[in-house]
Design a protein around this ligand. Sequence first.
Ligand SMILES: [Zn+2]
Length: 487
Amino acid sequence: MNHKKSERPLRLAAVLILAAAVVLSLGRAAWGAKNVILMVSDGAGFNTWMATDMYRGKPGKQVYDQSEWVRLGCTTFTLNRSGKPTGDDKQDRRIVYDPAKAWDATPRSNKPGDFAGYAYLKTTATDSAASATALATGRKTYNGAINWSNADRPMLGQTIAEIAKTRGKSVGVVSSVPWSHATPAGLGGAHNRSRGNCDEIANEMLAADWLDVIMGAGNPDYDNDGVPVPDGKRRNYKYVGGEETWKALKSGRGGWKLIESKEDFEALTSGPTPPKVLGTAQVAATLQERRGSGRSIIAYTDVKGAEPPDVPFIPNVPTLATMTKAALNCLDDNPDGFYLMIEGGAVDWANHANRPRRMIEEQTDFVRAVEAVVAWIESHGGWDETLLILTADHDCGLIWGPESKTTAFAPIRDRGPGKLPGIVYNSGGHSNSLVPLMARGPGSRRFAELIKGQDERAAAVWRFSGRYVDNTDIFTVMKGEVVGAEQ
Ligand SMILES: [Zn+2]
């Protein structure tokens, strides 16, 4: 073989490939990310993530612990403490996250766990709707608002879902709780004065021309154990937009391909897909977290703090990872890319109920969905094409270590893989604590320009820089990547 002869064309080819790569990378930098994926573990503060890492034997070894990831804290506070619009745009300064107040270990009384810091964090927390609005629009609002301003106006056209669609992207939301619940509603671009109007929200989502994939729970024909509701028994149609809407969907009207069974979700993880897919898993409230409770929510909440008996997983519902793979396969046909939000919605529910085993189960389901997304990215264009952001919308349960009722913020304790870590709940509700933010891919480095503060105590206990951004900054970064050079 004559090496000399083939050298010149080879060198020329190399130069051309290099030039093409430069042009491509410049183009990409100017035009932002092809795909933007936001994953929200609802109600999962740092200690929820850490406890799950410990249980899985993976502290510091999860996919998001690799050095390429941006790791920060994130604040989640809302505009005010109102549950309805108050008419102004004034930020209530008392609820803006303040590390000095957050870590105040001063006892307020002789009661166990009555520390000033805990009290501050518990009384200044956001709900999922206001937090979803901040993530979706970059604007703070009152608790309960779904992309609805404190001036009592719908934020039409201002959500990341709507903006992504105007840029030609496909749009999807996936959740392990009803798909019209606060987080998928907010990040799916619905607009409502109150998150409680699930039927209105569901109908808006179904009519929205920007949504291509919706997946979650909330199926009126099944109970919390995935068992069909017998004929003649009352069904709850609220989460799917009412009885008429559900009947229309079941009969194939409304422009959506309705899928329900686990097999249907699994079948969608590969191969060709219909244009608009509505997945409503065969279970009432959530995929697995409420199994064992039947249809009686009252019985469930009556035993707060008590672990439910070891009930086998419901066999006919998909995991969040399966739903995620199906959604990715539906959305990835668009050459202009997509925006997708995936929520681990029942981590919050387990934390409200103070059930550590169910919390770890739900967070594990979420982490497996993260692993599925990472695998998809790495086999579909890699980290130059897709921005992935992981966060929580707020903390829930104020989880700390076994001594945390007597020593404020006593750390949680690793008891080895497969063993429940030493954790104690200090609340049955949300808190204003910092939550984790991990990001990788185009735009992820922009968070460094948006730092709002530094929390030294958070840095020490949760092993990161302590630097934090605000949840509205997540919108800023996502929008920057969706809109690209035109921003
Ligand atoms: Zn909650």
